[in-house]
Design a protein around this ligand. Structure first.
Ligand code: UD1
Ligand code: CA
Length: 464
């Protein structure tokens, strides 16, 4: 099969977004809008993806990364001009070129595939994705001859009153034979109502040269509607969200309130997991079976094993083992890895630490840069002092140790297996296995002590 490459037009600002961020970088379910188009292109087998950047282009490049190729369009002189910016790359390529927009995140790979199949099936040199709209205003109209063949595309601003009545519109998605496209692009001019180089003009040129052009009409018009302002952005996200939530429900995940549950497109969720409202599952998160997640929980780029429960918490780049119980109000940060049946309770923060089987960190603790064994109990209010302002140091707590409440563990430090630390201790030296360490000032008791208040009461009783 011939190679497929794609070019994604993403140079526009998206003025109606009223944003310093280019439109294509506005996130939908935690991913930049443009990423959805890139993924769809990859899914149909595009081996090279070229992105045309302009407005805040460097931000686009920095966000999408070096996996893609970029060309600059400094001044936006039209969609045809945008494609011409990639001439040097395109002239080295053979096969088919998909032309896509960076602001149509709902466009499905299947729809693009159908367009490619239409082009190849009919041995056409160009295929245009079209759709019927009740209100086609603003779109380019598809002009067909008496035999139903596409002969040109007329932009709304250039259309005659009669042409404006046509309901079949250009979606802006095309599949072209590359050499013929480059030839036609070199022939277009900006002689039109907007003074732009219209990509749409190559269709007429193809037809004049006797190169076959075909159309593929999709009835999924919503797929090609890119959001133009923040209201449409919210609607688009809502649409994506519903599609994703319905997918997971159909696969055996309970979502109590699908309107208030946000699941990113790359997330995986196991059967019989329940998701409570206010939950955000983002990035490359994987949730196992029989978990309960939420309410009010945000999980990003994390793996949660089966039977784990998390409520009112924030879990970032963490791997939680099976049967864990987390929250309310826990915060696990990058590098947190827990074994089975771990408890991370209320107001606990864990960073870059490994926590062993059945260990409990039930309340009000900070555990950073630590290696905590199995069966450890960490008392309320315990913190690791892992940072001296310059360097970070590790704390090691071995199996079955018991850390009394309100302990400071000043790293680097180690608490041996089965050792006990007395409540309120500041531990700066190794605690050997099976020993007790108490590092707090001794309590003093003064019998018969009279407080200043008692003394004042004495004075006033003398005066009266
Ligand atoms: C274009 C089509 C129109 C079609 C419509 C579908 C042309 C001439 N017209 O119109 O037939 O119905 O899309 O949405 O192609 N862009 C650049 N550089 C430019 C101009 C545009 O990168 O110089 C990018 C924009 O960022 C955007 C996309 O191309 O993502 C489409 O541009 P836009 O100006 O929205 O095209 P329309 O005039 O709506
Ligand atoms: Ca547009």
């Amino acid at each position: 099969m011939a190679a497929i490459s794609s070019i994604i037009l993403a140079a526009g600002q998206g003025t109606r977004m009223k944003s310093k961020l280019p439109k294509v970088l506005h996130p939908l379910l935690g991913r930049p809008m443009l990423q959805y188009t890139v993924d769809a292109a990859k899914q149909v087998g595009s081996s090279r993806t070229i992105v045309v950047v302009g407005f805040e282009g460097q931000q686009v490049i920095d966000t999408l990364g070096s996996e893609l190729e970029y060309v600059w369009q400094k001044e936006q002189k039209g969609t045809g001009h945008a494609v011409m910016m990639a001439r040097d790359i395109l002239s080295t390529l053979a096969g088919d070129l998909l032309i896509l927009y960076g602001d149509t995140p709902l466009l499905k790979a299947e729809t693009i595939k159908a367009l490619v199949d239409a082009k190849r099936g009919q041995q056409a040199m160009a295929a245009v994705l079209t759709t019927q709209l009740k209100n086609p205003a603003g779109f380019g109209r598809i002009i067909r001859d008496e035999n139903g063949n596409i002969i040109s595309i007329i932009e709304d601003k250039d259309a005659t009153a009669a042409q404006k009545e046509f309901k079949e519109v250009n979606t802006g998605v095309y599949c072209f034979d590359i050499p013929h496209l480059l030839q036609a692009l070199s022939e277009i001019t900006p002689r039109n109502a907007q003074g732009e180089y219209y990509l749409t003009d190559v269709i007429k040129i193809f037809v004049q040269k006797g190169l076959k052009v075909t159309g593929f009409v999709t009835d999924a018009a919503e797929e090609v509607m890119g959001p133009n302002d923040r209201i449409q952005l919210a609607n688009t996200e809502n649409f994506l969200k519903q599609v994703i939530n319905q997918k997971w429900m159909s696969r055996g995940v309970t979502i109590q309130d699908p309107l208030f549950t946000y699941i990113g497109p790359e997330v995986q969720i196991g059967q019989d997991t329940t998701i409570f409202p206010g939950t955000f599952l983002m990035g490359k998160t994987i949730i196992g079976e029989n978990c309960t997640i939420g309410p009010h929980t945000r999980i990003v780029d994390s793996v949660i094993d089966e039977q784990t429960a998390i409520q009112f918490s924030q879990i970032i780049e963490t791997h939680l083992g099976p049967g864990n119980n987390v929250g309310p109000y826990a915060y696990t940060r990058p590098g947190t890895v827990t074994a089975a049946n771990v408890k991370i309770g209320d107001f606990v923060e864990i960073k870059n630490s490994q926590i062993g089987n059945k260990t409990k960190v039930p309340h009000l603790s900070y555990i950073g840069d630590s290696q905590v064994g199995a069966g450890v109990n960490i008392g309320c209010g315990t913190i690791t002092c892992n940072y001296d302002g310059v360097h970070k140091y590790r704390t090691v707590i071995q199996d079955d140790a018991f850390i009394g409440s309100n302990t400071n563990l000043v790293a680097p430090v180690m608490v041996g297996e089965g050792a006990t630390v007395g409540a309120g201790s500041t531990i700066t030296k190794e605690v050997p296995a099976k020993s007790l360490a108490i590092a707090r000032s001794k309590q003093e008791v003064r019998h018969g002590w009279r407080s200043p208040r008692d003394k004042m009461a004495d004075e006033s009783s003398k005066k009266s």
